[in-house]
Design a protein around this ligand. Structure first.
Ligand code: KG4
Ligand code: ZN
Length: 349
């Protein structure tokens, strides 16, 4: 079975073909994975401009989908289903993928499978490594989300905690902007931090102790918060006399990064202990971070838990992960009718 995945939730227009294998351990195989990034367009504005993003998706979607088929050496008639990101994300961007996916599925007479973007990030781990030991604790950490899930069985996602304010990637992007480093900030801060001292500045690591009124079903003590850290960086930079030297910039990057990663990994490993997890997964754009990968692997080793991260190509937004989650959903009987609509704040299951 070949499924075409379509992803347009933010600023990447992506399409990919994923095929089912007959292996239980490694259920899916990537046949093509095409991403048209809009980074160059949004860089000029220092962040994603929703209206520009949706317009660019419209320009790119046809070419990206045909390229995904060419790379996979398939024709439209060889597709058996279409998976599309229904949400969450920017509504104008999501609509492009949803409308395109619906039209294609209707014209080919094949099923359409709606996919939650974060389920896609979680399934990127299985796409990369095959089924991981369950129950697993999976941290999805990107520019738009910082969510911690328990995955008790394949395809079941139970939210354990999430950020109360900024996503971790958003904090990276804002700190980079403040330091005048460019967009997107995550990879730049990651690189500069390697030359800095992570104990040069003592930035706070927020720890939630109480439930959030907006999410009373969560205990709240596995939540994250990054806005205080961002403000601490703003204050520190403002209080420095004159321009920051490049050494000081590296120290700010390293110290900021240490605080973010400590918060992410403290909560993640706390959750593994509470839920008797057999593995840890980290997915989403920030999982590309070199220090996060290194520290997560070291902590996993210390407590005897395997830690899984996707390859760099599957960390940031892509459609192969959407196709994989689509296959998971399809096999569980999830398909959509033609009334399917984009949902900017879609909840996971
Ligand atoms: O998953 P993604 O591509 O898009 C969203 O769904 O948000 O994540 C993009 C985010 C951006 O905030 C970017 O700065 C961050 O991932 N990012 C990184 C790194 N590479 C990308 N953050 C820290 N270190 C990195 N190496
Ligand atoms: Zn994402």
């Amino acid at each position: 079975m070949n499924i075409l995945g379509i992803e347009t939730s933010c600023d990447e227009t992506a399409a990919a073909v994923v095929a089912e294998t007959r292996s239980v351990d490694r259920p899916w195989q990537i046949r093509s994975n095409v991403v048209a990034s809009q980074v160059a367009i949004h860089r000029e504005w220092g962040g994603v401009v929703p209206e520009l993003a949706s317009r660019q998706h419209i320009r790119d979607i046809c070419g990206v989908v045909s390229r995904a088929l060419t790379d996979a050496q398939l024709r439209f008639e060889d597709l058996n289903a279409i998976a599309v990101t229904q949400g969450p994300g920017l509504v104008g961007s999501l609509l492009v993928g949803v409308a395109f996916g619906k039209s294609l599925a209707l014209s080919l007479g094949i099923p359409l499978v709606p996919v939650h973007h974060l389920a896609g990030h979680i399934e990127s781990l299985v796409l990369e490594h095959g089924e991981i030991p369950m129950p697993a604790v999976v941290l999805v950490v990107s520019g738009g989300h910082t969510n911690l899930y328990l995955v008790p069985t394949p395809g079941a996602y139970q939210l354990l905690g999430r950020t109360r304010d900024d996503a971790a990637g958003e904090a990276y992007d804002k700190v980079a902007k403040l330091l005048g480093l460019g967009y997107p900030g995550g990879p730049i801060v990651d690189r500069l931090a390697r030359d800095g001292r992570d104990d040069a500045i003592s930035f706070p690591v927020a720890r939630m102790t109480h439930a959030d009124r907006n999410a009373p079903t969560l205990k709240g003590d596995l939540d994250f918060s990054f806005s205080g850290l961002k403000t601490a960086v703003v204050r520190f930079v403002r209080d420095q006399p004159g321009e920051l030297s490049s050494g000081k910039v590296a120290d700010v990057c390293a110290s900021f990064q240490r605080s973010v990663i400590e918060a992410l990994l403290d909560r993640t490993f706390e959750a593994t202990w509470r839920h008797d997890a057999r593995s840890v997964g980290i997915a989403g754009g920030v999982s590309a971070n070199s220090r996060l990968r290194q520290d997560a692997a070291a902590r996993g080793q210390r407590v005897g838990l395997p830690v899984f991260v996707p390859s760099l190509a599957l960390s940031t937004d892509n459609a192969a992960m959407i196709a994989a989650a689509g296959l998971r959903g399809y096999r569980a009987g999830v398909t959509a009718g033609w009334e399917l609509n984009a949902d900017a704040s879609l909840r996971i299951l």
